[in-house]
Design a protein. Structure first.
Length: 153
């Protein structure tokens, strides 16, 4: 039988201003492990993404990323104390308890992508993010579109 195990998947995150975007993610606490050829490799612990020095019209506004966190309150406090909202004129919402058993907040980054950090109540931790096109919610290790958060199809 063929080994089809996936060890990792990384998104190529668009940037309208590569230098400013690199600094934004570093200020949020992501480490830039390498850079070359218009791509910067960022990670926070074991999660990572590739920031690219490229952005097609409409791409950034519809980009989505999904990351897991253990403590949404700690992340919200971290966003407040690292002052990215003031330095980069981005928005961070208050934490909201959602009806699908998630506690989340929205962080709009430099590309107008919306990052939502969430923690389920009584289930595994989750961090999810979405662009303007579609909202995804994590629940119990599964990701389902928010228009069908019941998991029934």
């Amino acid at each position: 039988m063929a080994n089809l195990s996936v060890t990792e998947i990384k998104a190529f995150v668009p940037s309208k201003d590569f230098e400013l975007s690199k600094q934004f993610y570093m200020d949020l606490g992501f480490a830039m492990a390498s850079e070359g050829g218009g791509v910067a490799y960022f990670h926070f612990g074991h999660v990572s993404f590739l920031l690219q020095d490229y952005c097609a019209d409409g791409l950034a506004e519809n980009f989505m990323m999904h990351i897991l966190v253990e403590d949404v309150d700690a992340w919200w406090n971290h966003v407040q104390t690292c002052c990215v909202t003031e330095k980069y004129a981005v928005k961070c919402s208050n934490i909201v308890a959602q009806p699908w058993r998630m506690k989340d907040f929205c962080l709009t980054d430099l590309q107008a992508c919306i990052g939502e950090s969430a923690r389920t109540r009584g289930e595994p931790p989750a961090f999810y993010s979405s662009g303007a096109g579609q909202l995804y919610a994590s629940r119990g290790g599964a990701t389902v579109p928010s228009h069908d958060i019941s998991g029934s199809g």
